[in-house]
Structures are given as structure tokens and as C-alpha cells.
Design a protein around this ligand. Structure first.
Ligand SMILES: [Zn+2]
Length: 304
């Protein structure tokens, strides 16, 4: 199947993972983004980078994103605080989480974001309404896969020692979403919904870089090929932790993300291998925004 391929970098920073420690030098905006950029140059691809607003309180971080935008990468919105129960928040609080980052990106980075992804794919109808009100064109917050349940449980276990974060992980209200949620893009309230790509069939499984760590790499590559065949609009979700390594942590912060450690060589190899599998399909790379634009046009033709 011909189609589109993009890479969605959901920029969950280490500062966020550690609760924004005072004076912490976050490798995310330094060597980790250097590594992502190096791989982007090798493959000739633009990232779509969804940013946590709070990270932009540091001018150096905003400057880094400004530079990435100049180089042709897309910058999107990943809320201000990265609350994992975003979809369940009251209207005003939810709107503030999104609008604050929106304004900050315009001010400090010089971009008006058009794309969004919710923390932990926490989703609701109210969220679609807010995004549509704020002029967003597309959203990638839907996760129509049974992997949702082990993912949420693991996330909760990771936050066992932090009552507030633990509560937020479980406070989400979209428990049926993985079962009833659409798997193909659709338009609603002027917003294009782009669900996380899955393998074909009713029991299709979401494929993003983390599945390689969860299910093993050979299986991951096979699933990736199968998802590419099934999905015309394919985007590959990656995170900073996919290219962090042991040397990035000086031991002063205890990290709960197992996959954040490891050898850099091994992690770069897995990342390159995954991108090579996607490139095999011969689609050429684009941003999620461009892909969404094409999907809107094609869906409107179909509807007419
Ligand atoms: Zn996130």
C-alpha cells in the first residue's frame, strides 16, 4: 500500500520524569536531541516533536526547539504539566494545560502548534472539543489497542511511591477506548483524529518504538512491517528514553524507566533498524502535520 510515514517524538523529558529538580541539567535537550538529530540526518527525515510546556521555562530549551523548527522539524503540543489524566480533567483546567503550552510555544519558540498528543494517550470527547476550540488541526491521542491495559498498569506501578502521580494514572476515564476506538483516521469538529497505528484485524496491536523493548525486536520488526502494510497513514512514536543511556544519569536521580538505561550503541542500532524497516516501504518521510493535511484532503474527497 502506498501511503505516508512520519516519526512522532513525544518529548517526555527526564526533568519531567524526575519532577523537575532544581538545577537539573536535562540530557533530553542536550545530548539526547543531538542523537535524534544525527539519526534524522542519516535518514533525511523530519520529526514531529510534541513538547511539554513546563520544559520551556528554561530559555535554552526553547532555543533548542527554535533551532529544530528552523531545520524543518514540526513542533507540537504535549500539555503544560503532562498530567496522565488529562482527558478526565474539568474543562477549564484541561484548556489551561493546552493553551499555556500553545502560548509559550508561540512566544518562546516562534511556532503556532497545530498538532497535539495527550500524556499517556489520555483521551475524551471534552479534549476533542478543547483542541478544536484552540484551532488544532489534528490529534494523535487515540490508542485503539489492548496494549493500553498493561501500559497503564505498568505506568501506575512505576509511580507507586508518588501518591499524586499514581492517582492521576488511574484517574483516566477512557477505559473502553482501546476496544471501541476507531483505528483509522477520521474527521470530527474540524479536527483530524489519527489513532496510533496498529497491526491489522480487530485484535490489532499498537506498534511504537516501546513495543520493541516490551515484546522483543524480531517480533517488533515483523509487527512494524504488518502495520505498514495495513495503515496508509503511518507514524512511528518514539520518546527521549529510546536514546538515553547509562552515561546520561549520574545516579543523583533514581529513574523508574527501565528502558532509559542501557548502552547507547545498542539503542542507536535498534532505532536505526526500526527506521530502516519503515523506509523499506519506500514512502518517503513527512511530518505528522503534512500527513494529516493529506488525510484531511483524501477523507473530504471520499465524503463528497
Ligand atoms: Zn508524554
Amino acid at each position: 500500500m502506498q501511503g505516508y510515514a512520519a516519526v512522532s517524538l513525544n518529548l517526555d523529558s527526564m526533568a519531567h520524569a524526575f519532577g523537575y529538580p532544581q538545577g537539573y541539567k536535562d540530557p533530553t535537550f542536550r545530548q539526547v536531541l543531538d542523537r535524534f538529530e544525527m539519526v534524522a540526518r542519516e535518514f533525511g527525515l523530519p520529526y514531529s516533536i510534541y513538547t511539554i510546556g513546563r520544559d520551556l521555562e528554561q530559555p535554552a530549551h526553547a532555543e533548542r526547539l527554535r533551532d529544530l523548527a528552523r531545520k524543518g522539524h514540526e513542533i507540537g503540543n504535549h500539555t503544560w504539566n503532562h498530567y496522565t489524566d488529562l482527558g478526565a480533567l474539568p474543562y477549564a483546567e484541561m484548556r489551561d494545560e493546552i493553551a499555556r503550552t500553545h502560548d509559550r510555544l508561540a512566544e518562546a519558540v516562534g511556532v503556532v502548534p497545530r498538532g497535539f498528543v495527550a500524556p499517556a494517550w489520555s483521551y475524551s470527547d471534552r479534549l476533542m472539543r478543547v483542541l478544536s476550540e484552540l484551532g488544532y488541526r489534528y490529534d494523535t491521542s487515540l490508542f485503539p489497542s489492548l496494549l493500553y491495559y498493561p501500559f497503564v498498569i505498568k505506568n501506575a506501578l512505576n509511580h507507586l511511591g508518588h501518591a499524586n502521580k499514581f492517582r492521576r494514572v488511574l484517574n483516566r476515564r477512557d477505559w473502553a477506548q482501546p476496544i471501541i476506538g476507531p483505528r483509522e483516521p477520521y474527521l470530527t469538529r474540524g479536527l483530524l483524529m489519527l489513532p496510533v497505528p496498529t497491526t491489522p484485524g480487530p485484535a490489532g496491536v499498537a506498534v511504537w518504538h516501546t513495543t520493541g523493548f516490551l515484546l522483543g525486536w524480531e517480533r517488533h520488526f515483523a509487527m512494524l512491517r504488518s502495520a505498514m502494510r495495513a495503515r496508509r497513514y503511518f507514524y512511528y512514536v518514539v520518546h527521549p528514553a529510546d536514546l538515553t543511556c547509562d552515561e546520561d544519569f549520574d545516579g543523583s536521580q533514581r529513574h523508574f524507566l527501565e528502558r532509559a538505561g542501557g548502552s547507547l550503541e545498542g539503542k542507536l542500532r535498534r532505532f536505526r533498524e526500526s527506521l530502516a524497516v519503515i523506509a523499506e516501504a519506500g514512502r518517503g518521510w513527512t511530518t505528522v502535520a503534512e500527513m494529516a493535511r493529506a488525510a484531511r484532503a483524501e477523507l473530504s474527497i471520499k465524503a463528497a
